[in-house]
Design a protein around this ligand. Structure first.
Ligand code: UD1
Ligand code: UDP
Length: 375
């Protein structure tokens, strides 16, 4: 009988990085994927499930407006406990470092169900950055049974923490598998973006486009205010450049961004985009300004310079390759770094190299092979 493998996930990036694994596993005769979403995100999760055509078997619908970490954690633990008790999978798969990942790993351990961790071994070694993700992934490492780090660097991090080498499988990051699927779909059927002026997607004009995303909890408050001040100054300085910002739905992000950046001619504040239009925009952007983990992984493979509004990164491969630069949330540093990329073609060309340190698009295949051979 086919082994039942539960995918438990809840946020947009987990969905982007697990949907290709689910689709590939559905083709394997010996393995049967079972999809349980916590619904930690509602709208942003559903957007991704739609793109990949995946309907969850179980939806725990945990999102509450402006949820605290503690209430989300306690609700997730009891809801996942009920799910595992009823559905009794042979194995659980989780991805990354969210609250859903920590809770699913902990409760699976209580049920003595083996867990595989996709994108294992990322570390900044700073427990408050990213907050609370660094601790979520450290805890997950010590709860799970099989580790699927994307790179040899992340594998080494696991070895340093005493993880058994036989349980580690370097696979590449499934985000590249997802990106390849998305690029192909975008090429065949270019998406429209109603929220943007006609033509911006076809060709943003001579001034080019800066694409912005941000959501990190450690930047709430003064960090986001500094980021917005920087964007406002840049929009004034580069009036021919479009600044496109799909704003994360977290109220701690929405409030400062809409208060400080509404009403500027060349700043386009829009709802979070579905994955395909977002990939199309990344492909059109001249510069990407972000604090996102996934975007840091996707952009180098599209040859786009990424300025990361954080002080640390658990993804050193892009930094080493020179396509990613850490700029923190300091207003002047963001202004200077974006200005340089928009005006200095040498500096731009040095960063705009298409490289692919995070995978070759075959991570799903390696994960499925490791699971099939080990459970
Ligand atoms: C979460 C993850 C973070 C991940 C990020 C990806 C944790 C602690 N954080 O952060 O690791 O990088 O997702 O985006 O697991 N909201 C909506 N609709 C949505 C999504 C969010 O309204 O579709 C609002 C809700 O008010 C919700 C709030 O955003 O309460 C915060 O959501 P939450 O999942 O707690 O944290 P994120 O900041 O999104
Ligand atoms: N993304 C998207 N729509 C958007 C912004 C981002 O589909 O409006 C995608 C992006 O391509 C990447 C993922 O969402 O794959 C990153 O999610 P997020 O930044 O929320 O989380 P993180 O990667 O930081 O955990």
């Amino acid at each position: 009988m086919a082994k039942k493998i539960s995918f438990i996930f809840g946020t947009r990036p987990e969905a982007i990085k697990l949907c290709p694994v689910i689709l590939a596993m559905a083709m394997e005769p010996g393995l049967q994927p079972h999809v349980c979403v916590t619904g930690q995100h509602r709208e942003m999760l559903d957007q991704v499930l739609d793109v990949f055509g995946i309907e969850p078997d179980v939806d725990l619908a945990l999102m509450r407006p402006n949820q605290t970490l503690a209430s989300l954690t306690s609700n997730a633990i009891s809801a996942i406990d009920g799910y595992l008790g009823e559905h009794k999978p042979d194995m659980v798969l989780v991805q990354g470092d969210t609250t859903t990942v920590f809770c699913a790993s902990l409760v699976s351990f209580y049920h003595r169900i083996p867990v595989g961790h996709v994108e294992a071994g990322l570390r900044t070694w700073n427990k408050f950055s990213p907050f609370p993700e660094e601790i979520n992934r450290v805890l997950a490492t010590h709860l799970v049974d099989y580790h699927f780090p994307p790179t040899s660097g992340s594998r080494n991090n696991l070895l340093k923490e005493g993880v058994d080498n036989d349980r580690i499988f370097v696979t590449g990051n499934t985000v590249i598998d997802a990106l390849f699927i998305a690029i192909e779909k975008v090429r065949r059927n270019p998406p429209a973006i109603d929220q943007l002026p006609q033509g911006l997607l076809e060709g943003p004009g001579d001034g080019g486009m800066v694409l912005i995303t941000g959501h990190r909890r450690e930047s709430f408050g003064s960090g986001f205010e500094d980021i917005c001040r920087a964007i406002k100054t840049l929009a004034g300085r580069f009036s021919e450049t479009a600044f496109v910002y799909p704003v994360h739905l977290n109220p701690n992000v929405q409030k400062p961004v809409y208060e400080m950046l509404s009403g500027l001619n060349n700043v386009h504040l829009i709802e979070p985009l579905s994955y395909l239009p977002f990939v199309a925009l990344m492909n059109r952007a001249r510069v990407i300004l972000t604090d996102s983990g996934g975007v840091q992984e996707e952009a180098p493979s599209l040859g786009k310079p990424v300025l990361v509004m954080r002080d640390t990164t658990e993804r050193p491969e892009g930094l080493d390759a020179g396509t990613v630069k850490l700029v923190g949330t300091d207003c002047d540093t963001i202004i200077d770094s974006v200005s340089t990329l928009l005006t200095d073609s040498k500096a731009y060309d040095a960063m705009a190299q298409a490289i692919n340190p995070y995978g070759d698009g075959r991570a799903c295949e390696r994960i499925i092979k490791a699971i099939a051979e080990n459970i």
